[in-house]
Design a protein around this ligand. Structure first.
Ligand SMILES: [Zn+2]
Length: 389
């Protein structure tokens, strides 16, 4: 198996819990080296002690971080909604109903069109340092179109999520649609999915419907996650905590009881600040969550309606500048805790035995991700040990 040693790493972010005493939350190592063997990390430590390898790469004093883990995206869709964005920026509010526009375009697209569109977006993410991505369905909303959306997503990631319960499509009552989602649609989707998700919100699905849908998913072997408390206060976050879901996403409008439930349950709160940026909504209060001991992840929510960015670096910059997270907290949330939000501990951490998913930054420190917003800083990406950028 080929080995590669990367030396001259001015600052290495490991996220290794064994290194936090000296290296802080990010387990930083200065003047570091990393050895990659096949698809895994074989060795991490001071460059002066690095073992020899077949291939040598010099990082030239720049920083290396784990690849971003984007635990929330909606990449399987067709059509363009820039007109809706423009209207929103000139005064119209965001509503969940805009999803139906994308549903019509997605149903009309061929499998090949959907596949090439996802391929383009995944490549766009990879070029910006994302090495693990979760992809949801949710723009098909029929048995056939949800199953094929997941079959397309499955070609790009193991982290696929059935989101038939995104919004109730036209021409069916909410009661009949929940029966469809938990019956034939779930049966067709389950072979292609690892997760099941519900948009639990006014205008989408209420807490009782979400509970029913998650229970049916669980019976089919899918693990649950939720979109909750994005647009209003409600019971979605508490439902996620009650069910001990691994993550609940958005968490913008939270009561004290919601925060307490998150901290007691250990359910990760995944914040999606690109959405608030793109819809001019108030940002979630990350500081309040972190101070209460809640585990916080950051993800893009890349989707055509409420947030069409694929940049995890933008999410970090927003989290630091608008949500009072420290640069270290934001990067940790976009890597190690993002992995936790997918129930994973093999990615988001650079330590022996973990996946060799690394990003070389054209910067001396990870702080530049927030310090230089909007600037492309990714100088190289290794995914499962292979240089891909
Ligand atoms: Zn979403």
């Amino acid at each position: 198996m080929t080995t590669t040693v990367i030396t001259g790493i001015g600052e290495l972010v490991t996220n290794d819990p064994a290194r936090t005493e000296q290296g802080g939350l990010l387990g930083l190592v200065h003047d570091a080296a990393v050895v990659v063997e096949g698809s895994r990390i074989a060795w991490v430590g001071p460059a002066a002690e690095a073992p020899a390898a077949d291939v040598h790469v010099d990082a030239g004093g720049r920083a290396v971080i784990p690849g971003f883990v984007d635990s929330h995206s909606h990449l399987v869709f067709a059509g363009d909604r820039s007109g809706e964005f423009e209207a929103r920026m000139t005064g119209e509010p965001y509503s969940a109903g805009g999803i139906r526009t994308t549903v019509a375009a997605t149903r009309a697209a061929s499998d090949e069109q959907l596949t090439s569109h996802v391929a383009r977006l995944v490549a766009e993410m990879r070029a910006q340092g994302t090495t693990t991505v979760e992809i949801k369905s949710g723009y098909g909303l029929s048995v056939h179109d949800e199953a094929r959306s997941l079959a397309v997503a499955r070609q790009f990631t193991d982290e696929t999520t059935f989101l038939g319960a995104h919004v109730v499509p036209s021409g069916i009552t909410p009661e009949d649609y929940v029966d469809l989602v938990t019956g034939p649609m779930l049966a067709a989707a389950a072979p292609h999915a690892r997760w099941i998700d519900v948009f639990c919100e006014d205008g989408a699905f209420d807490v009782d419907q979400a509970r029913t849908i998650l229970a049916a998913g669980s019976d089919s072997g899918l693990r649950g996650r939720l979109h909750a408390n994005q647009l209003t206060y409600g019971g979605g976050v508490r439902l996620a905590c009650e069910l001990s879901l691994v993550a609940v996403d958005h968490c913008t409008f939270l009561s004290d009881l919601d925060v307490e439930s998150l901290s007691d349950s250990g359910t990760i709160a995944t914040l999606l600040p690109g959405v608030e940026f793109s819809t001019r909504q108030p940002y979630p209060d990350a500081r309040r969550l972190l101070d209460a001991g809640v585990r916080v992840a950051l993800a893009s929510d890349c989707n055509p309606g409420s947030c069409f960015t694929s940049s995890m670096a933008l999410c970090i910059a927003l989290a630091v500048r608008e949500m009072r997270m420290s640069p270290a907290e934001a990067l940790h949330a976009a890597t190690a805790t993002g992995a936790g939000a997918l129930g994973r501990d093999d990615v988001g951490v650079l330590a022996p035995g973990k996946a060799a998913d690394l990003v070389l930054l054209d910067a001396p420190s990870h702080v530049h991700l927030a310090y230089r917003p909007g600037v492309p800083l990714v100088a190289g990406v290794w995914q499962a040990g292979r240089p891909v950028v």
